[in-house]
Structure formats: structure tokens, C-alpha cells
Design a protein around this ligand. Structure first.
Ligand code: C2E
Ligand code: CA
Ligand code: CA
Ligand code: CA
Length: 279
């Protein structure tokens, strides 16, 4: 926080001051952490509900801090939201995903797809399409192996621009998923307006789906609606075989959750794949 003269500084609530200070500290730390290689990805399998074969993985960011240990993305991504550091970190994530897919290809796994999370700042940053184009060329990989996950919060900034960017990227083969579906204010408006391929039902609905009648009805109706629209539906946060069975009976396409696997550290990915059928 800076003093704008005339003691304006005092009007800031203590809380607000602390948040700003925390944010500035985080930004500095993230920059250093990037340089020191403290970030990595974990990959959580997405499994086809009927065949139980692996469809792909979601890339989830991990930060191993030398003193604080593992820091959850939920504890630093929201703080960095909209900062240029998040954009930089986001680019690091995308590049790392390309490297991982390339490695899998060399290993003979030609059809393993990766879904990655985009933040709001990254999505409105005008360089994203060029960056993705450049990576496709550099790694000579097809865009169909990459899915971009967006939340309602990511999208609210500038809908028209978002739609234009999504259409451009879809033309060259990238696919888009709406993440945390059902938790925002206007999920239905988004499903109608946005050129998306995949809907991910938020895990908060899945957790109690077998005990809570409303959650169960919301899930089964959402699956039916999404399928009727010709889109693919993913359920995340699936932790039990009973949930899996129920979702599979309701025609959910893809299941993600601890029941199959927690996110796998990138270093363990090949060993993990060795033990699982892929295609
Ligand atoms: P998300 O995109 O909704 O990711 C799913 C989260 O649910 C992950 O938490 C995952 O580990 C967790 N999860 C998966 N299956 C289960 C389950 O069966 N039970 C439970 N209890 N949890 C499960 P994680 O890895 O801590 O990530 C938290 C959030 O941080 C993500 O939520 C996403 O919003 C954000 N995030 C993670 N990586 C990135 C990234 O590279 N870029 C951006 N912008 N955001 C990221
Ligand atoms: Ca996600
Ligand atoms: Ca989610
Ligand atoms: Ca989430």
C-alpha cells in the first residue's frame, strides 16, 4: 500500500492493508519460486465411466516451499488472481503440460490428453492464442490433446472477447471445459452462450449425492441436459464405488476423483501409467 499523501493511508482498513501486504509478499515469493523450480504439476486421471479406461489427466499446480512445505493452490492462486505473476505462472503451467504430453508420446502413449486450468488474468491476456500456437509448433503436438478449463469467475471479465478467443482456439482443435459447474450464479446462461465441449459438475454436488436427494436430482438432471446438448460431462470429486456406479448408471461420461486416484506427482506419472490400461 502506498501513501497517496494527505494521510489517505489511514482510511484503509487494517484487514485490507494486511491483504495487500500478503499479496505483495506472495507475488515476490512466486517469482522466486518459479526461478528456483519449486513448482511442479500433479496429474489426476480422468476415467471413462463405462470402460474404466483412462481418458486423460487434469494438471494441478503444486508448490513445494522450502520452509512452509506444500502450499495448496487454493492458498495462493486466488491471492495472485489478476496479477502478472499469475499470468507468468500460468504460462509455465501450459508449457509444462506440453512437455509432459511430449514425454508421453515418446513413451508411445499417443492419445493421453491433458486438461489445464486457466485463470482470469491469463484468459484476458491477449497473448494466450499466440502462445498456444507457438507451443503447438515447437512441440509438434495436435491441439486436440489439450483441454482448457475455465470457471464462471474466469469468464465474467469480458464475455464477448472470451467467446471470440474460444472460437479461435477451438477452430485449431483445443477444447474447452466449464469447471465447477453449478456453483456460480449463471451456470445455465454460460452453458448456452459459451462454445464449450465439456461440463465438469462440481465436487460439492458429488460428495453427498447418495445421501442428499436434491444433490442427486441436480446431478442426474445436469447429466441428462449436458448429454442432450451434445456435450461431454465429467463428475469430479468421486470418492466411492457407490458414487461411481450411480454416476455411470446416469450416463456420466467421465469420472475424476480420489476413488480412482489422487493427483499423481509428475515424476510418478509414467510408473502410474505402466500399471493402468490406457487405450
Ligand atoms: P479444481 O480445478 O476444481 O480442481 C479439483 C480439485 O479437487 C483439486 O484440488 C483436486 O486435487 C481436488 N480433488 C480431486 N478429486 C477429489 C476427491 O475425490 N475428493 C476431494 N476432496 N478433492 C478432490 P487442488 O489440486 O488442491 O486444486 C485446487 C484448485 O486450485 C483447483 O480446483 C483450481 O481451481 C486451482 N488450480 C490448481 N492448479 C491450477 C493451475 O495450474 N492454474 C489455475 N489457474 N488454477 C489452478
Ligand atoms: Ca479444474
Ligand atoms: Ca473443479
Ligand atoms: Ca474448484
Amino acid at each position: 500500500a502506498k501513501d497517496n499523501g494527505g494521510g489517505q493511508y489511514h482510511i484503509y482498513h487494517q484487514d485490507m492493508y494486511q491483504r495487500v501486504a500478503h499479496r505483495v509478499m506472495m507475488e515476490t515469493e512466486v517469482r522466486q519460486a518459479l526461478a528456483k523450480g519449486q513448482f511442479s504439476l500433479s496429474l489426476q486421471p480422468q476415467v471413462m465411466a463405462k470402460s474404466k479406461k483412462i481418458y486423460g489427466f487434469e494438471a494441478l499446480l503444486r508448490w513445494r516451499h522450502p520452509e512452509k512445505g506444500m502450499i495448496s493452490p487454493d492458498d495462493f492462486i486466488p491471492i495472485l488472481e489478476n496479477s502478472e505473476h499469475m499470468v507468468e505462472l500460468g504460462y509455465w503451467v501450459i508449457r509444462r503440460c506440453f512437455e509432459i504430453v511430449k514425454q508421453l508420446q515418446r513413451y508411445g502413449l499417443k492419445d493421453v490428453r491433458i486438461a489445464m486450468n486457466l485463470s482470469a488474468g491469463q484468459f484476458v491476456d491477449g497473448n494466450l492464442p499466440q502462445y498456444l500456437h507457438a507451443l503447438l509448433r515447437e512441440f509438434s503436438l495436435p491441439a486436440r490433446l489439450f483441454e482448457l478449463e475455465l470457471t464462471e469467475q474466469t469468464l465474467v471479465k469480458d464475455i464477448d472477447r472470451a467467446i471470440e478467443m474460444m472460437n479461435n482456439l477451438r477452430t485449431i482443435g483445443f477444447s474447452f471445459a466449464i469447471d465447477d459447474f453449478g456453483t456460480g450464479y449463471s451456470s445455465l446462461a454460460y452453458i448456452k452462450k459459451m462454445p464449450v465441449d465439456v461440463i465438469k459438475i462440481d465436487k460439492s454436488f458429488i460428495f453427498g449425492m447418495l445421501e442428499n436427494h436434491a444433490d442427486y436430482q441436480i446431478i442426474t438432471s445436469t447429466i441428462a441436459m449436458v448429454k442432450n446438448l451434445g456435450l461431454t460431462v465429467v463428475a469430479e470429486g468421486v470418492e466411492s464405488s457407490a458414487q461411481l456406479r450411480s454416476l455411470s448408471e446416469s450416463n456420466c461420461d467421465i469420472i475424476q476423483g480420489y476413488y480412482f486416484s489422487k493427483p499423481v506427482p509428475e515424476k510418478e506419472l509414467l510408473a502410474f501409467l505402466d500399471n493402468h490400461v490406457v487405450d
